[in-house]
Design a protein around this ligand. Structure first.
Ligand SMILES: *Cc1c(COP(=O)(O)O)cnc(C)c1O
Length: 331
């Protein structure tokens, strides 16, 4: 595979840890749950977007850009980490924020929104849910051209084939850790949003013929729609690496834990966030990993795994947004 040929910046000094969640597993009476700590990647506050940005920012620098332009929801972890990468590389950064929940933007909100300002966002353009986000980013890029500057546009979540390479790297890292620790997993569970994480992991696992089922838990879309998105991005990512596309049967993106919609709380999310915090001291987030963990708990209760199965939960980060959900999560 051609992975090493793509220019890459490095924002995380070492592999992120994999470790067992013994107290959580005992509390649930099995399966044996393990965690991949991608909440501990580099850049301000960490999370899955850091891995995608390693490839995307390398490409931006190669293009001669001086400014990153990207888009996200009002509490976007992706926007926080893109700002942090820009600061670390001496670039500027401008954001388009999409109000996926009508009226959800508050300039004085805490969590990631506060960090956008702290990390030096040069401009923030707030648009309605469903707006033409590509067009809005093009406008910001055009403004920069009139100032004699050059933008590099990063689509939502960094979920392009280039960004998804970050999670091909993660899959290979997981397999190397399994080899070192003489570990084998019966399933891997991840949140599935803009699909780069899910697609990248899938390409990395199938490319290595790992044979481990990958289960996505959707945070925004119904199952069929998300599975089509994941399959499309996985095919494009595999093509970029000269690998065969994963088959549709390898794509599982469950829509049962989205609840009323993206970023809107569910009782199952609240239960999962509290359970991980109180049994393991691990902070999940309300928008992504809380719902993914709710899916993991739901699948366990449905009998999807045997008591002795080993299941790896990929912690994709997001805890900085907890501070914008205090009223939802406080006891
Ligand atoms: C963006 C995000 C996800 C979803 O990853 P995608 O690659 O967009 O599917 C999961 N967890 C957190 C914390 C995120 O910020």
């Amino acid at each position: 595979m051609k992975l090493a040929r793509f220019p890459r910046r490095r924002y995380t000094p070492a592999p992120t840890p994999i470790h067992p969640l013994s107290r959580l597993s005992a509390h649930l009476g099995g399966p044996e749950i393990w965690i991949k700590r991608d909440d501990l990647t580099g850049l301000a506050g960490g999370g899955n977007k850091t891995r995608k940005l390693e490839f995307l920012v390398a490409d931006a620098l190669a293009s001669g850009a001086d400014t990153l332009v990207t888009v996200g929801a009002v509490q976007s972890n992706h926007c926080r980490l893109t700002l942090a990468a820009a600061a670390a590389e001496g670039l500027k950064c401008r954001l388009v924020l999409e109000q996926r929940v009508p009226g959800s933007y508050r300039p004085d909100a805490s969590g990631n929104n506060f960090l956008f300002d702290l990390l030096g966002a040069e401009a923030i353009r707030v648009v309605e849910g469903g707006a033409d986000l590509g067009g809005e980013m093009d406008k910001l890029a055009a403004d920069l051209i009139t100032e004699g500057r050059r933008a590099y546009i990063i689509p939502g979540g960094g979920s392009t084939p280039l960004g998804a390479l970050g999670y091909v790297v993660c899959a290979r890292e997981i397999l190397a850790q399994c080899m070192e620790q003489t570990l084998a997993f019966d399933a891997i569970v991840t949140a599935s949003g803009s699909a780069g994480t899910h697609a990248g992991l899938l390409v990395g696992l199938t490319g290595a013929q790992a044979g481990t089922p990958l289960i996505g838990i959707n945070v925004r879309r119904p199952r069929a729609e998300q599975e089509a998105n994941v399959l499309r991005l996985a095919a494009d990512t595999a093509a970029a690496l000269g690998l065969p596309a994963p088959t549709a049967s390898a794509v599982e993106a469950l829509g049962d834990w989205v609840g009323p919609g993206y970023s809107l709380p569910t009782d199952e999310m609240i239960e999962a966030v509290k359970l991980f915090a109180r049994t393991e001291g691990i902070l999940l987030d309300p928008v992504y990993t809380g719902k993914a963990a709710a899916g993991l708990l739901g699948l366990i209760r449905q009998g999807r795994f045997s008591k002795t199965d080993r299941v790896l939960f990929v912690h994709t980060g997001g805890a900085p947004s907890l501070f914008a959900y205090q009223s939802t999560l406080a006891s």
